[in-house]
Design a protein around this ligand. Structure first.
Ligand SMILES: Nc1ncnc2c1ncn2[C@@H]1O[C@H](COP(=O)(O)OP(=O)(O)O)[C@@H](O)[C@H]1O
Ligand SMILES: [Mg+2]
Length: 427
């Protein structure tokens, strides 16, 4: 059978790679893909985008299942278009994708269904927002309502920073329509974890837990990025907390969407804050897999991904089982010079190691030009390795990453520091 993966980042490379390993899959098309999917056995990049063009392609190539990586096509209604035409696709509808594409919608949804989350108020009026900030004080968190590619949240440690964020979003329109409304919410302390599940409208299958590092620099400092590395499992998510996440967050979310007449299908990602007192609160929902969390998660997946996705589309996830490698997987992101503000393209990449049983280099912002692989985007590669412990996975990933060279490359030296006691690997 042929499958289609929509997207071109590291997450999509990992999806395509795993799908291509299925005995039941002949060809994996990736739209648009990257230099990694271009050379992966069984994977074929196709330059197709837009709902109608993707639907035409899926029909023409007899695609039996499509899976969508990024949020933009989901909030653009790709799943709705495919469903209306009777094409099998795994992902949320445009309505369900609002759990990610509108933070205000997500917060109100959580309130309606008693899902634990930070207290909040929503504003489009800057003066009212400022007054609320003065009433609440700092630290406080300001979030653009709409999709802002990871640039829509300001965790303000002072009131000045908070007022600045309101100025930028509501008065100056710095984020366009995405920031025309803001959610202002209570600052939460604790440790973050990502909890991702497959949902078929009713049934849920949990993936292995993970944690990512959002900040550019060692010690979780510097500007926010799409993610500089991740690992699975997340030690903070003990079996007891895992059970609570299912019971207090995932189950009411899935039941709530169904009760509101819009059953949720697709990957559902809960960004959780585990507070020092053991309470668990939802920071956000994403309606897709995380990037880079997917890379370590899928490196650990032992079950057939195609079969799991088929259960997801057929509504039979209650009969599916996901088996995981007991080892820890850890992925180190290598980013372009100038990332995240103004990534420099065009550098030639050398020394990407060949895949091994315990190592895979997933591509993101890369492009193939003749024999060369060039930097094409901000996050370039995610070097992902398995090890019996977090420390061993970290060592293996960094040993491979250090062989890879390109001008201006950036990577952190401490990915996984929460999972291992040692804080630094000398680069
Ligand atoms: N209420 C909060 N308290 C403390 N930190 C927060 C809070 N909400 C978000 N953050 C921090 O900001 C980051 C981004 O927020 P999130 O809601 O995940 O938005 P997005 O991923 O869309 O940018 C989180 O990963 C977390 O580190
Ligand atoms: Mg987030």
């Amino acid at each position: 059978m042929n499958v289609l993966v929509v997207g071109g980042g590291g997450r999509e490379h990992a999806l395509a790679w795993r799908l291509a390993q299925s005995q039941r899959v002949a060809r994996v098309y990736v739209a648009p893909g990257n230099a990694g999917t271009a050379t992966e056995e069984g994977c074929y990049n196709v330059d197709v985008s837009g709902n109608e063009a993707l639907l035409d392609f899926a029909r023409r190539e007899a695609i039996s299942l499509t899976v969508v990586g990024p949020e933009a096509p989901l909030s653009g209604g790709l799943v709705d278009t495919f469903r209306a035409a009777g094409q099998r696709i795994f992902g949320p509808t445009r309505h369900c994708a609002r759990l990610e594409s509108s933070k205000e919608y997500a917060k109100d949804f959580m309130l309606r269904h008693a899902i634990p989350t930070a207290h909040h108020r929503s504003f489009s009026d800057a003066d009212q927002a400022d007054a609320y900030l003065r009433e609440r004080g700092a630290p406080i968190v300001i979030k653009a309502d709409g999709l802002a590619a990871g640039k829509g949240v300001v965790v303000a440690m002072t009131l000045d920073e908070a007022h600045d964020a309101v100025d930028r979003m509501l008065r100056q329109g710095g984020l366009g329509t995405a920031g025309a409304r803001v959610v202002i919410e209570e600052f939460l302390e604790g440790e973050e974890a990502s909890f991702i599940v497959l949902v078929d409208g009713r049934n849920v299958l949990a993936l292995a837990s993970s944690q990512d590092h959002k900040r550019l620099l060692d010690g979780d400092r510097g500007p926010n990025t799409g993610g500089m590395g991740a690992y699975s499992p997340a030690p903070v998510l003990t079996p007891a907390l895992h059970a609570r996440a299912m019971r207090e967050v995932i189950a009411p979310a899935v039941a709530g969407m169904a009760a509101e007449g819009e059953p949720y299908t697709g990957f559902l990602y809960a960004g959780l804050m585990i507070q020092p007192d053991g309470q668990m609160k939802v920071l956000e929902f994403n309606c897709r897999l995380g990037d880079p969390e997917t890379q370590p998660i899928l490196l650990r997946l032992k079950s057939d991904l195609f079969t799991l996705l088929q259960h997801g589309v057929a509504g039979t996830l209650d009969r599916a089982e996901a088996l995981w490698d007991r080892r820890v997987a850890l992925g180190v992101v290598m980013a372009a010079e100038g990332y995240p503000d103004s990534p420099v393209r065009g550098a030639r990449i050398h020394g990407i190691p060949v895949p091994a049983e315990d190592l895979h280099v997933f591509h993101a912002g890369t492009v193939q030009e003749g024999d060369a692989v060039l930097v094409q985007g901000g996050r370039v590669l995610c070097v992902t390795a398995l090890g019996d412990t977090a420390r061993l996975a970290q060592r293996r990933a960094y040993a491979a990453a250090q062989q890879i060279e390109f001008a201006g490359r950036q990577m952190r030296s401490d990915i996984g520091h929460r999972a291992v006691s040692a804080r630094r690997i000398p680069l």
